[in-house]
Design a protein around this ligand. Structure first.
Ligand code: ADP
Length: 814
C-alpha cells in the first residue's frame, strides 16, 4: 500500500510545484502584456494625435501661404485701382493712365516676383494693358470673365476661377475689381506656380497627397501636378470626396477610397477654396503599427525568455527535487535497512540472550548436580580405604572437574559471542595471581615429570588494576596447554612488565609436541583441536585458546605463537594493565622456592573447635558434603534445610559464619539475608552466599546485595578453607602449637580412658558427622565408653593397640 501511495504523492507534489511556477510566469506575462498594450495604445494615440496635428499644421501653413499669395495680388490690385481712380478724377489722360499701368506692372513683377504680372483693364471705355499686349481686333473686353466677374462683384476684389494656360503650361487666375465709377475695371493675372510649390508640401514623409481646389472641385494645385486642372469628382470616390470636403468645410473626415480607409483633412480658405490632404490610414499608422508590432514582439520575446528561465529553473528544481527525493528515498532505504538490521540485531540479541540465558541456566543446572557428584566423590576419596574404589573415585573427580571446566568454557564463549563478556576490573595483588597459577599448575607438571620454571621479572608492579579472574584464566589456559601437550622436558613461564606501555607480557614455552605450520592459523578458532590422532587421549574442547585470544584482545593485548613441530611451542600473551602501586613484587621466584621448601615439612591446617558455622542449603547432600569437607577443622557445624529454618536458628543462637545457598524453594538466599539484616538477627556475622551460579559478575552482584563473600559450587576445599580463614576471628583459630597440644591431650585422654576404673566395654565409632557422634555419645555413655575416630585408617591404628566390644560404622554396628 505504502509503495503505491508514494508515487501518487510525488506526482501530486510535482503538479503542485508546476502550478506554483506557472502562476508567476502567467502573471508576469499578463503584466508585460498589459504594459505593452497600454504603452502601445498611448504611443498609438500620441502618434495619431501627432500625425493629425502635423497634418493640420501643414494644411494651415499651406492655406496661409495661398491666402498670402492671393492677398498680395488683391492688395496690389486694390492700390493700383485706387490710384487709377484718383487719376481719373484728377483728369489724367488715357495715355497717362496706360503709362501708369505699365509702370505698376513692372514694379509688381520686380517686387513680388514673376508670379504676379500684367495689370490691365477696361478704362475710359478702352482696353489698356500694362504689358502692352495688343489684343486681336475682335477682342471684346466686356465678354471676358474678369470683366463679368468684376462687374458682378460690385466694387469688391474678385477672383476669376483659374484656367489652364496651355501656352505656358501654368495655372493662372485673375484678380479683378470694378472702380467706384462702376465703369472702369482693372484686373491682374497671377501665376499659380507658387501655389503648386505649396501643394507639394501636402504630404507627410511622402505619405498621402494633398491638393488645393475651388468650390467646384477644380484642382488648382495638386501634390502630383498631373492632376492640376482636373475635377476631383470624375470618379465615384472623387464625388464622395468632394461631398465630404464641402460638408466638412474645415476639419477631418474618413472616407473609403480605393478600398483603403483614408482620413481627409480639409481647410476651407477664402473664395471657397479648400486645402485638402488625404492620407491612407494604413500608411498614416504604419509607423505606429510597426512600433506596436515591435513592442508585441519584444513582449513576446520577454515572455519567451522569462518562460525559458522559469522552465530551466523549474527543470533544475525538478532535477534538484528529484535528487533530493532520491536522496530522501536513499535515506529512507538506509533507515529502513538500519531498522531491519536493528530488528535483526534485536532478534539476534534476543536469541543470543535466550542462548546465554539457556547456557547460564544450564550451567547452573549442571553445576548443582556436579556439586553433589564431586562433593560425594570427595567423601568417597576421603573415606574409602579400598584402592579400587579410590581409583574410580579419582576418575570421577577428574572427569567431573573436566566437565565443569567445559561448562565454564562454553559459558565464557557464549558470553563473548553475544558481546556480553565484560571485564570487571579491580585492584589486585599480582603476587597472589602468581601464587594461584603456581598452586594450580605446578603439581600437574611435576606429576607428569616435567620441569616447571617460573621467571617473574622482579620489577612487575605489586598492585595493578584489571580483571584479576580473567588474567588468571588467560595464564592458566596457556600454562595448562603447555603441560597438557608436553610429554617430557620442561614448561617455563616468563612474566615481565613494560612500564612505558603498561604492558604485561606472559611467555609460556614448552618442549612439547609443537604445532604443524599449516595448523597455526586455525589454532585460535573455536572448537579447533589439532593433531587429533596424537592428542586423542588429551582432554580438551578446542575452546581455551579462542577464549584466551578474545580476552587478551579485550584487555588491549594479543596472543601469538611460535612453534616447531616435534620440538615445542612458545605462546606469548600481552595485556594492558593499569599500575596502582608501582612498588616491584621483588624476587617472587626465590620466595616461591623458599615456600616450597617450607611446605615439605609443614602442612598448614585450619583447626577452630570453638567456631560455630551454619550451613543452609535445600539439598541435603550438599549439606553433608560441605559439613564433611570441614570435619577436620573441628568447627561446630549446624545445618538448615531452608531459609525459614535458617531464620529460626539465627534467632536462637549466634554463629561465626553463615553459608547461605541462593537457590532455595520458599525463601531464597537473598530474601533470607534481607530478613536477617532487616531484623538484625545475627549482628555482623558474615553471611557467605553458596551458589552454582558461575556467571561473570555474579560475585559482585551478590556482594552488592549484602553478602560478605561468595563460594561457588562445587565447593573446592581450598576455597572454603580460604573463606574460613578470612572470616573467622583469629582468636577462634588454633595455632600450630595449640593444635599439637590438643592432639597430645586427646592421646593422653585416650590412654587414660583405656585404663578406665569403671572398665566399661569400648565401642569404636567410625563416623565423620559431628551431629551423629554427638547423638551416639549420648546413647552409648550409660553402658559403653565410646571411642570416636573419623576414618578406617585411624580405626586400624586404634585397633592395633586396643580391644573393642564392637565397632559402629555410619551408625551401624559391625
Ligand atoms: P584444548 O581444549 O583442545 O586444549 P585449546 O584451544 O586450548 O583447546 O587449544 C587448541 C589446540 O591447540 C589443542 O587441541 C592443541 O592441539 C593445540 N595446542 C594448544 N596449546 C599447545 C601446546 N602448548 N603445544 C602443542 N599444541 C598445542
Amino acid at each position: 500500500m505504502d509503495k503505491q501511495a508514494k508515487p501518487d504523492n510525488n506526482t501530486k507534489e510535482h503538479i503542485h510545484t508546476r502550478h506554483i511556477i506557472l502562476i508567476p510566469v502567467i502573471l508576469v506575462f499578463i503584466f508585460v502584456a498589459v504594459m505593452v498594450v497600454n504603452t502601445s495604445r498611448l504611443t498609438y494615440n500620441v502618434a495619431v494625435l501627432n500625425s493629425g496635428s502635423v497634418i493640420e499644421d501643414r494644411i494651415k501653413n499651406v492655406s496661409s501661404l495661398v491666402e498670402n499669395h492671393l492677398n498680395t495680388a488683391e492688395n496690389v490690385l486694390q492700390i493700383t485701382a485706387d490710384s487709377v481712380q484718383h487719376m481719373l478724377i484728377s483728369g489724367s489722360t488715357p495715355a497717362r493712365i496706360h503709362e501708369f499701368l505699365v509702370e505698376e506692372s513692372n514694379n509688381v513683377s520686380e517686387q513680388f516676383g514673376e508670379n504676379y504680372f500684367g495689370i490691365y483693364g477696361y478704362v475710359m471705355s478702352k482696353y489698356m494693358d500694362g504689358l502692352n499686349w495688343e489684343p486681336p481686333a475682335d477682342y471684346d473686353p466686356k465678354t471676358r470673365d474678369w470683366y463679368i466677374v468684376a462687374k458682378e462683384s460690385n466694387g469688391e476684389v474678385a477672383i476669376v476661377p483659374p484656367y489652364y494656360d496651355a501656352q505656358t503650361g501654368s495655372m493662372i487666375i485673375s484678380v479683378c475689381r470694378m472702380l467706384s465709377d462702376r465703369q472702369n475695371i482693372l484686373s491682374m493675372d497671377v501665376h499659380l506656380d507658387g501655389i503648386q510649390e505649396m501643394a507639394k508640401e501636402l504630404t507627410i514623409n511622402g505619405k498621402g497627397y494633398g491638393f488645393i481646389m475651388d468650390e467646384t472641385g477644380f484642382v488648382i494645385a495638386h501634390t502630383d501636378p498631373e492632376n492640376n486642372g482636373k475635377y476631383i469628382d470624375v470618379t465615384t470616390e472623387g464625388t464622395e470626396l468632394l461631398e465630404g470636403i464641402k460638408k466638412t468645410g474645415s476639419g477631418t473626415f474618413v472616407t473609403t477610397y480605393e478600398n483603403d480607409k483614408s482620413t481627409v483633412y480639409v481647410n476651407g480658405i477664402m473664395n471657397g477654396w479648400y486645402v485638402v490632404m488625404v492620407v491612407s490610414n494604413s500608411e498614416l499608422y504604419w509607423e505606429v503599427t510597426r512600433q506596436l508590432l515591435f513592442n508585441a514582439f519584444i513582449c513576446f520575446m520577454v515572455f519567451i525568455m522569462i518562460a525559458s528561465l522559469y522552465y530551466v529553473a523549474h527543470r533544475n528544481e525538478r532535477a534538484y527535487t528529484k535528487q533530493m527525493e532520491e536522496m530522501k528515498l536513499e535515506e529512507q532505504k538506509a533507515a529502513y535497512e538500519r531498522k531491519v538490521l536493528e530488528l535483526e540485531k534485536d532478534a539476534a540479541d534476543a536469541s543470543n540472550k535466550a542462548k546465554s540465558d539457556f547456557l547460564a541456566n544450564m550451567s547452573h543446572e549442571i553445576r548443582t548436580p556436579m556439586n553433589a557428584i564431586i562433593g560425594m566423590d570427595e567423601m568417597i576419596l576421603r573415606e574409602s580405604g579400598d584402592p579400587k574404589i579410590t581409583k574410580y573415585a579419582n576418575n570421577i573427580q577428574s572427569a567431573g572437574k573436566t566437565l565443569l571446566s567445559i561448562v565454564n568454557d562454553i559459558l565464557d564463549l557464549s558470553k563473548i559471542e553475544s558481546g556480553k563478556m565484560e571485564l570487571i576490573p579491580s585492584e589486585y595483588d599480582f603476587a597472589s595471581v602468581l601464587n594461584d597459577i603456581v598452586n594450580m599448575t605446578k603439581n600437574k607438571a611435576n606429576e607428569k615429570g616435567l620441569r616447571y620454571e617460573l621467571n617473574a621479572s622482579q620489577d612487575i608492579p605489586s598492585v595493578m588494576y584489571g580483571d584479576e579472574i580473567r588474567i588468571r584464566q588467560i595464564i592458566l589456559n596457556v600454562v595448562n596447554n603447555a603441560i597438557k601437550y608436553t610429554a617430557a622436558g620442561k614448561v617455563a613461564i616468563d612474566i615481565s612488565f613494560d612500564p612505558e606501555n603498561n604492558e604485561l607480557k606472559i611467555v609460556v614455552s614448552d618442549t612439547g609436541f609443537g604445532i604443524k605450520q599449516e595448523d597455526l592459523e586455525k589454532l585460535f578458532d573455536s572448537f579447533q583441536r589439532l593433531d587429533e590422532t596424537k592428542n586423542r587421549n588429551i582432554e580438551g574442547t578446542g575452546l581455551g585458546l579462542n577464549i584466551t585470544k578474545r580476552l587478551a584482545e579485550m584487555m588491549g593485548g594479543s596472543i601469538s605463537v611460535e612453534s616447531e613441530y616435534g620440538k615445542g611451542s612458545v605462546f606469548s600473551v600481552t595485556v594492558i594493565q593499569k599500575v596502582v602501586d608501582a612498588a616491584p613484587i621483588g624476587n617472587y621466584t626465590e620466595r616461591l622456592e623458599k615456600a616450597d621448601e617450607k611446605k615439605e615439612d609443614y602442612k598448614p591446617m585450619l583447626v577452630a573447635p570453638n567456631a560455630k558455622v551454619l550451613i543452609v542449603d535445600d539439598n541435603e547432600m550438599n549439606l553433608e558434603v560441605i559439613s564433611e569437607l570441614m570435619s577436620d577443622t573441628k568447627i561446630r557445624i549446624k545445618t538448615a534445610i531452608s531459609g525459614q529454618e535458617c531464620l529460626n536458628m539465627v534467632r536462637r543462637e549466634r554463629f561465626d559464619i553463615v553459608f547461605l545457598d541462593q537457590m532455595m524453594p520458599g525463601l531464597s538466599g537473598i530474601q533470607t539475608l534481607l530478613t536477617i539484616r532487616r531484623e538484625n538477627l545475627c549482628g555482623d556475622t558474615p553471611i557467605i552466599v553458596l551458589t552454582a551460579d558461575a556467571i561473570v559478575g555474579a560475585k559482585d552482584a551478590y556482594i552488592r546485595e549484602g553478602f560478605a563473600d561468595y563460594l561457588s559450587k562445587p565447593v573446592i576445599y581450598s576455597n572454603l578453607e580460604a573463606l574460613l580463614v578470612k572470616y573467622l576471628d583469629d582468636s577462634l583459630i588454633l595455632s600450630r602449637d595449640q593444635i599439637e597440644a590438643e592432639e597430645r591431650k586427646a592421646a593422653e585422654k585416650a590412654a587414660v580412658s583405656g585404663t578406665d576404673a569403671e572398665d566399661k566395654p569400648v565401642v569404636l565409632v567410625i563416623n565423620k558427622s559431628p551431629e551423629k557422634l554427638k547423638e551416639l555419645k549420648e546413647v552409648l555413655s550409660a553402658r559403653y565408653k565410646g571411642v570416636f575416630v573419623k576414618d578406617e585408617a585411624a580405626a586400624e591404628k586404634y585397633l592395633s593397640k586396643h580391644e573393642v566390644e564392637f565397632i559402629i560404622r555410619d551408625g551401624k554396628d559391625a
